[in-house]
Design a protein around this ligand. Structure first.
Ligand code: ADP
Ligand code: MG
Length: 314
């Protein structure tokens, strides 16, 4: 395991922790003071201490593997995987990001540059050149990454040509390490591919981000057909949820799309929609996360994380 980017700054402001734990700020500060011998006016808490505190208060981090999939590109798969994973880590969850898109946008966003650093990717695991542990890069005390890179672009072909059971090629290796994490977040390329089928087989939940446009709607229907086939073929129990991204309440298109999706998907349509927000571009480019500023995207990804992690909450 190697280490990069040690300064992600995942400390959670006390005000936000108080909301998460449903406590008063002063009461929380007193508890932190007594429990960790930190100053009474402590303003932020690290993920490790957030976790320890939450567990001591009876919170349960119920382990989940969540993948972000959609055959259309540019719908905020990577943005959603990144911010939901980061926020869960700030709430004390142990998070593993798995990047299975050869474009490696998630890896870049997390500070790993596959063009500069030669690090094994999923292909090396399939070709038995690496173990799953050797793929892991440690980013922070509770955050790890299995990065991607261009080498993964032949993954589909290699999987289909191998004699082994390719559909299990994500699940089986993740099963070996999943006990170390509360949340495994998988980002994927925009495709209906063997790799993405193997990702679905490994998932407890598939999140389908969509934008309000016609191609996105058609892509969503196609993706859902594909998911039901996989569910039947492999006899799986995963669920899926539709996440509306780039929502703009002033646009008729957004409103119509929202109404149509709510009618079709019911409880599978996520209660939180992600509004269009200029801060998002800055957050992917800089090492500073969305959660250190103030924006609608911060609010939206915060509630989307809490909604997806449901069980993180009392
Ligand atoms: N809510 C949003 N508001 C504005 N821009 C967004 C939003 N979500 C994503 N974007 C931008 O859209 C582009 C595509 O997002 P990305 O997460 O890379 O999509 P995907 O992984 O599905 O291809 C990126 O430039 C990203 O910054
Ligand atoms: Mg992407």
């Amino acid at each position: 395991m190697s280490t990069i980017n040690p300064k992600m700054n995942l400390e959670l402001p006390i005000q936000e922790l108080a909301i998460f734990l449903k406590m008063e700020v002063l009461e929380l500060q007193k508890l932190i003071h007594e429990k960790f011998q930190l100053p009474l006016k402590t303003q932020k808490l690290s993920p490790g201490l957030v976790r320890e505190l939450a567990l001591s208060l009876g919170h349960v981090y119920s382990p989940k593997i969540i993948s972000f999939q959609m055959l259309k590109g540019g719908v905020a798969k990577t943005t959603s995987a990144l911010n939901i994973g980061i926020r869960a880590a700030m709430y004390g969850a142990k998070v593993l990001f798995v990047d299975l898109d050869q474009q490696a946008n998630l890896s870049f966003a997390l500070g790993h540059n596959p063009d500069e650093v030669d690090h094994p990717v999923w292909l090396d695991l399939i070709e038995k050149k690496s173990t799953v542990e050797e793929l892991i890069i440690s980013l922070d005390e509770n955050v790890d990454l299995i990065p991607s890179g261009l080498n993964n672009s032949v993954l589909d072909r290699v999987l289909l040509n191998s004699n082994r059971n390719w559909a299990q090629s994500v699940k089986v290796p993740l099963d070996q390490i999943r006990a170390n994490y509360d949340l495994i977040v998988i980002d994927t390329a925009p495709a209906l591919s063997a790799v993405n089928t193997a990702v679905t087989v490994a998932s407890d939940l598939v999140v389908l981000p969509v934008n309000p446009d016609r191609f996105s709607w058609m892509g969503l229907q196609k993706n859902i057909e594909e998911l039901s086939e996989i569910k039947k073929d492999f006899n799986l129990g995963f669920d899926y949820k539709v996440l509306f991204t780039r929502f703009d309440a002033r646009e008729k298109l957004s409103q119509d799309f929202m109404a149509k999706a709510q009618a079709q998907f019911g409880r599978r349509f996520m209660g939180t929609a992600i509004r269009t927000c200029s801060e998002i571009k800055n957050s992917v480019r800089s090492t500073k996360s969305l959660f250190h500023g103030r924006s609608t995207a911060k609010q939206d990804y915060d509630s989307a994380s809490q909604e997806l992690l449901g069980d993180l909450h009392v």
